[in-house]
Design a protein around this ligand. Structure first.
Ligand code: AMP
Length: 565
């Protein structure tokens, strides 16, 4: 028997507004720190729903946002999907041509834009046919010079604080986000209500990132990318207090909000926490309220886990993808490891973790064979489940590459004619240990192939970054006549590091743990590692800017062959 309604987002807010009307939503904006309650949030969400309708937005229309993390952006998170329209969060850090492509591809009707990001949007929209017919609302109470836009507060003004929310079909698209596209155009991923609902419910479990009514949740991870890892929805479902850090928060802003608002759970990419750790060197930092820091998007170094452990804060390492709404695994400590020594525990916690309940996975090697869970053999990670997409938006050629149909569904469709059962080929190369912990060895396209064997660029860069005088490091394969590719490390020295001795020290340190043929042929010092629009190392840019064969020519020792030690 089906339930009376489908799995949709509206009940999460209904419950929070009715059970926790006085719980706060706090937001750092251009105007300072603003706060209100779920009760007011619910009213303003209804006003926004009415305003959208009055503007002509209908079920099925796409509404874009071009915003940092704040309460107004959060209002669009519930208002847009729960009237039956689709929320398309646009990453403002993308290049203009990608922004034009995705606004056109998604066919956005209306875009909410932050005042500080309006010049960037104006530059992408200037004389662009892709933006024809797109209206703008600026997220403030006054107009902006950059684009012709209605101020948000005027957009809402006069609209009713009640709205007759429709009962929606769970298959209806609720959200949308584009992958940041390391090659070619970004690919759109649609999130149905069911995907976001099931992602929220799985995140609430003890094996996810549970949030409850005594939590204070601050997503530092941007709301413009994969719904800030779903945290605004999960925090609402759990009845938690929300804290939004606003436009380009720096470590001092993050620290102040943690202290002043009593944040218990926060999340972000490693760079955010490296910044906070550096800030703590010169400033007193009170982390007594903080229970959990979730780190993902790139690998969390072991030293970071230790740093937070020393301050009584649990670092949860999580892995995921835009295609997975995005949480796929979290590195909780299994009960069987509770009595293990600290180093063994740390070794497991530093891995990408155990698959989230509700998902399935397998690891496939180059010959299409499933690899054993022995922590050694690696292959590409394939996943499927309720919150994993089964296709890209209007990109059939990418679908063929990135999705695999199960053998039983030869046509690519299951018995009921849907695409369920399809595996997503993640492009991440992993090992899985006997306990079931996933370790991300590399992105498939970044693995270094030397003399027919694979070298993990991720493992090498983490090892280089363990040196105290290294701020950041990226390792990429450089073409080589004899060995196909050889690793070169690009290193940003920490402030005050002595570059004349650093290369030798790094090489000596690596030599203690890795075979000779793994060791980088060269260490190049650079000022900054180029990053993608989602804060990951952009190896494509490093390759384009820095790598040519001269970096390794004549420097590879004869013994740099696999199997020689
Ligand atoms: P995105 O779709 O932009 O969220 O990027 C997803 C990709 O980020 C994954 O396929 C991984 O390659 C990488 N990634 C995400 N989380 C982690 C993590 N904890 N450690 C290493 N890489 C990660």
């Amino acid at each position: 028997m089906p339930g009376a309604t489908d799995q949709t987002l509206r009940p999460f807010l209904w419950r929070a507004a009715n059970l926790y009307p006085d719980t706060e939503i706090v937001s750092r904006t251009h105007e300072g720190v603003e706060r209100y309650t779920y009760d007011e949030y619910d009213d303003r969400t209804a006003q926004l729903a009415n305003a959208l309708e009055a503007h002509g937005i209908e079920a099925g229309d796409r509404v874009g946002t071009f915003c940092w993390n704040h309460h107004r952006h959060f209002e669009t998170y519930f208002a847009v999907p729960t009237i039956g329209a689709q929320l398309h969060t646009i990453n403002p850090l993308l290049p203009d041509e990608h922004i034009r492509y995705i606004v056109d591809n998604a066919d956005d009707e209306l875009i909410f834009v932050d005042e500080s990001l309006a010049p960037k949007l104006a530059s992408a929209a200037a004389d662009a046919s892709e933006f024809e017919g797109v209206d703008f609302v600026v997220m403030s109470s006054s107009e902006t010079d950059a684009v012709e836009a209605t101020p948000y507060e005027s957009f809402l003004e006069g609209h009713d604080t009640a709205y007759d929310w429709p009962v929606l079909d769970e298959e209806r698209p609720a959200g949308m986000c584009y992958t940041s596209g390391t090659t070619g155009n970004p690919k759109g991923v649609e999130y149905t209500h069911e995907m976001l609902w099931s992602h929220t419910m799985a995140t609430l479990t003890p094996q996810g990132i549970p949030m409850a009514d005594d939590d204070v949740v601050m997503p530092v991870v941007p709301m413009f990318h994969v719904n800030a890892w779903g945290m605004p929805f999960t925090a609402t479902a759990g009845g938690a207090k929300h804290v939004y850090p606003g436009p380009s928060p720096d470590p001092a802003d993050v620290a102040a909000l943690i202290e002043d608002e009593g944040v218990t759970i926060t999340a972000g990419v490693p760079t955010v926490w490296l910044g906070l750790m550096e800030y703590a060197e010169d400033n007193d930092l009170d982390l007594s309220a903080l229970d959990t820091v979730v780190v993902g998007g790139s690998a969390a170094p072991e030293s970071m886990i230790r740093w937070f452990d020393d301050r009584g804060v649990e670092l949860l390492h999580a892995w995921g993808m835009t295609e997975m709404s995005p949480i796929g695994s979290v590195s909780h400590l299994k009960s069987s490891l509770q009595d293990a020594d600290y180093d063994t525990q740390l070794e497991h916690r530093a891995k990408q973790g155990m698959l989230t309940p509700g998902l399935e996975m397998k690891v496939i090697d180059e010959n299409g064979r499933e690899v054993p869970w022995d922590g050694e053999e690696f292959g590409e990670l394939w996943v499927r489940g309720p919150w994993v997409t089964t296709e890209y938006f209007k990109r059939p050629e990418a679908n063929e590459e990135d999705f695999e149909v199960p053998a039983s569904g030869a046509s690519g469709e299951s018995e009921d004619g849907t695409s369920s059962g399809r595996w997503l080929k993640t492009g991440d190369v992993v090992t899985v240990d006997e306990e079931g912990y996933i370790t991300l060895v590399d992105r498939a396209k970044d693995v270094i192939k030397s003399g027919g064997e694979w070298i993990s660029s991720v493992e090498l860069e983490n090892a280089v970054m363990a040196h105290d005088d290294v701020a950041e490091a990226a390792v990429v394969g450089v073409p080589h006549e004899r060995w196909q590719e050889r690793p070169v490390a690009f290193v940003v020295p920490a402030d005050g590091a002595d570059e004349s001795t650093l290369e030798a020290e790094v090489m000596e340190m690596l030599g203690e743990d890795y075979p000779k043929w793994w060791l980088p042929d060269n260490v190049e010092f650079i000022e900054e590692i180029p990053k993608t629009a989602t804060g990951k190392f952009s190896k494509k840019d490093i390759r384009e800017r820095h790598t040519d064969e001269s970096l390794v020519e004549g420097r590879v020792p004869e013994e740099a062959a696999p199997n020689d030690d």
